[in-house]
Structures are given as structure tokens and as C-alpha cells.
Design a protein around this ligand. Structure first.
Ligand SMILES: Nc1nc2c(ncn2[C@@H]2O[C@H](COP(=O)(O)OP(=O)(O)OP(=O)(O)O)[C@@H](O)[C@H]2O)c(=O)[nH]1
Ligand SMILES: [Mg+2]
Ligand SMILES: [Zn+2]
Length: 373
């Protein structure tokens, strides 16, 4: 396995020059084990690595810490010495979740990926508003969005097609494909995106089939068991850690745990950015308080009429304020929960402390007697 097959390019090479001189080697992070990382180097050798104190301290927030997909400068240790990440190269794309508020809440899902594949289905998982949020954050990442309407074997053709069309209507730039990890429908098409060194990360709700798709793409010979947990009852394997997998015939796939709360991944600015073109149109409406309904001289409606703006996108735009309000409500609720939890933790701590004081008092009555004097 060459560095190019791992996603290395000239820009990284240029940035790496000073590190070559120090005897460090390029490595790509493929797994985040909380304290250590898995890393792949030229030739496909895998190392378990730790980050240096400098890399840790230089990071101003969590988002600047090394993440899966990052390229790093690695000092390999011999004997008992650890393999150490000495530097992280600049990210060429960065797909991250960002909750409003403290910058520490930004978390990198995958670094240096060309494509983010959002996996959903035409049934219970289907949700256009959630898709909208995904497109908003992918738009900011520098990666291309594709959507896989998976589990097509479970739903009538018509339903799959309608789901795909509805998604295309809100994201004309995204490629939308109807797939089935079960019978392999359209998986060749995904191979089409995968040149050597191209990385795709898979995101979407738990259970939509991200890991199954990756296993299908890997082919029968190379079944891969990511880090999984047995879900009680259904016996389903749910992914618990991000992991980067290099395909034998070229291309890189990154699996992710299912996403519970994509609404928390974004903020008002990101949501608005997605509709900037429509906001610009709105500025051209005849009346500044235009409701974009039946008002005369509405620039948005005339754009829909002349076909330059899709109906579904306009509807998304009209729901935007509602969406933002909902986002803010949720954030407030979470804030309250966080505060409540902090208070509760504080109480527990206080109680534990009190218990210990009582204990101390029983054990060492003399000290307490003298304290009370
Ligand atoms: N019928 C059908 N079942 C599928 C398909 N893809 C996945 N499944 C099944 O759906 C279940 C969940 O699939 P996974 O691949 O584990 O889903 P995941 O998105 O990786 O889930 P998390 O790791 O929890 O995020 C498994 O029982 C799969 O066998 C499909 O295309 N058709
Ligand atoms: Mg999985
Ligand atoms: Zn208008």
C-alpha cells in the first residue's frame, strides 16, 4: 500500500518537507481509541500511536486534535519507546459536527474526505429536514455529498424513487442513488467514485446499513468486523467507533457510529448559509415584508415559476425560521439538562464528601472535637 493509495498528495508532500528532515514519517490516522490512535504508514504498516504533549497543547479546541482521516508526522519509537504524533498536517477538507456555543463542542467526524455519503432509506428513516441539515454541514466541509437510499429491497420501487426524487429536489448538487446492501443493488456505482486515494465517509442514523454497505464494497474475501456492540434482543451489531478501511482495489471508506441527533450538529448560521441564494432573491421582492405567498412582485415565486428555483427548496426556505426556532428550543432544553446534571453531580459529590467527613469523624473523633472548639 502506497501513500498515494492512502490519500497522500503533493500539497501534503510540500507541507511535510521540514518533517522529513527530522526523520519523521507520514501516517494516516485510521482509528481513534480515545487515548491512542491506529495509524497506517507507507507500505501499509499499522502502528498504535500517541500524541505528543505539544500537539495536545497546541490544539485550541477539540476540533484541532488529531482525528480519523488526518495525516500526521510520526516519530516511530524503537524498543520500549512509543510511536508519537509530532504534528498534524492541515486538513484539506473537514467534516465536523458543530454545536453552537463553546468551540470545544465542535467534533471532527472525518478529516480529508472527498465524499460524504449520507445513508438513509425510503421508509422509517426518511426525513427531508434531517437531510437538509446534513447538506448544510457537508456544504461547509469542502466534501462532495452523495446520498444512498438504502434497503431498497424492502420497499416498492415507486417509494424508493419518490424518496430519491424528493432528496434531489432539495439538493440538486448531490448525487442520489438507490442501493441495497442486501442484494448489492447499485454498489458498482459507488465503486465508480473510488479511485486510489479517494476517501468516502458514511454517515446516517443507526441501523440504515452503513457498515453493511462497507462490507459489501469490501467484497466477500475481506469481511471486516469494526468495533461493534451487540444490541440486546435484535442481536444487531452497532458500530461504536470510527474506522478507516482501505479497499484492496483502491479507495478508502470510513465507517461511523449511527447519528442520533443531527439537529445538534449545526447552528443558525450554517442553516441560513444553505439558503443564501434564496435570501438574495428575497431581497429583490417588491415588498420588504413579502411573505412569498400570493404577494405581488415576489422574486422567489417568480423564480419557482421560471424553473430556476425548485419548489422543494423554496418550501425548505419557508420552513427555515420554524426550523431555527426548533433548534433554539432544543438547545435551550439541552442547556437546562446540562445544568441540571451539573447540579445533580454537584449534589452527589457534596453527599459523598459529607459521607467521607462522617467517616473521618468516626475514625478520628479527636480531630473533629478540636475543630469544634
Ligand atoms: N433488507 C436489508 N437489510 C439491510 C440492508 N442494509 C443493512 N441491512 C440490515 O440492517 C441492519 C443494520 O445494518 P448496519 O449495517 O449494522 O447499520 P449501521 O448503519 O452500520 O448501524 P450503526 O452501526 O448502528 O450506525 C442489519 O441487520 C443489516 O443486515 C439492506 O440494504 N437491505
Ligand atoms: Mg455500523
Ligand atoms: Zn417574496
Amino acid at each position: 500500500m502506497t501513500l498515494t493509495e492512502l490519500g497522500w498528495n503533493e500539497t501534503f508532500e510540500r507541507e511535510f518537507k521540514p518533517f522529513h528532515k527530522k526523520g519523521w514519517i507520514p501516517a494516516r490516522l485510521i482509528r481513534d481509541n480515545k487515548i491512542t490512535y491506529g495509524a497506517l504508514t507507507d507500505g501499509g504498516e499499522e502502528y498504535e500511536v500517541i500524541m505528543s504533549g505539544k500537539v495536545y497543547h497546541d490544539a485550541r479546541c477539540d476540533a484541532e486534535l488529531p482525528a480519523v482521516g488526518d495525516w500526521v508526522a510520526l516519530e516511530t519509537g524503537t524498543g520500549d519507546l512509543d510511536h508519537v504524533i509530532r504534528a498534524r498536517l492541515n486538513r484539506q477538507t473537514c467534516f465536523s459536527r458543530k454545536a453552537p456555543g463553546k468551540s470545544t463542542e465542535e467534533q471532527v467526524i472525518a478529516a480529508n474526505v472527498s465524499i460524504v455519503a449520507v445513508v438513509t432509506d425510503a421508509g422509517t428513516d426518511f426525513n427531508l429536514r434531517r437531510m437538509e441539515r446534513f447538506f448544510a454541514i457537508i456544504g461547509r466541509s469542502g466534501s462532495k455529498a452523495i446520498v444512498l437510499v438504502n434497503k431498497s429491497d424492502l420497499y416498492p420501487c415507486e417509494q424508493n424513487r419518490e424518496a430519491a426524487e424528493a432528496i434531489t429536489a432539495i439538493a440538486p448538487d448531490a448525487d442520489v442513488h438507490i442501493t441495497s446492501a442486501k442484494d448489492g443493488t447499485q454498489l458498482d456505482l459507488i465503486h465508480g467514485y473510488l479511485d486510489a486515494g479517494v476517501s468516502i465517509t458514511f454517515v446516517g442514523s443507526s441501523g440504515v446499513g452503513k457498515s453493511s454497505l462497507i462490507n459489501q464494497l469490501l467484497g466477500e474475501e475481506f469481511q471486516w468486523e469494526g468495533e461493534v456492540n451487540e444490541v440486546t434482543g435484535k442481536g444487531r451489531q452497532t458500530t461504536t467507533a470510527r474506522e478507516l478501511i482501505v479497499l484492496p482495489e483502491g479507495g478508502i471508506l470510513i465507517d461511523n457510529p449511527g447519528i442520533r441527533e443531527v439537529q445538534m450538529w449545526t447552528d443558525e448560521t450554517t442553516l441560513r448559509e444553505r439558503f443564501q441564494d434564496i435570501e438574495d432573491l428575497a431581497a429583490q421582492c417588491k415588498f420588504h415584508d413579502c411573505k412569498h405567498g400570493s404577494d405581488t412582485g415576489c422574486a422567489i415565486r417568480s423564480a419557482v415559476e421560471d424553473g430556476s428555483l425548485g419548489t422543494a427548496r423554496m418550501e425548505g426556505f419557508l420552513k427555515l425560521e420554524e426550523e431555527i426556532e426548533e433548534l433554539q428550543k432544543r438547545l435551550k432544553k439541552r442547556q437546562v439538562n446540562v445544568e441540571r446534571r451539573a447540579k445533580r453531580d454537584h449534589k452527589i459529590k457534596a453527599r459523598n464528601l459529607a459521607d467521607r467527613v462522617d467517616y473521618d469523624r468516626e475514625q478520628r473523633p479527636d480531630r473533629w472535637v478540636s475543630d469544634e472548639d
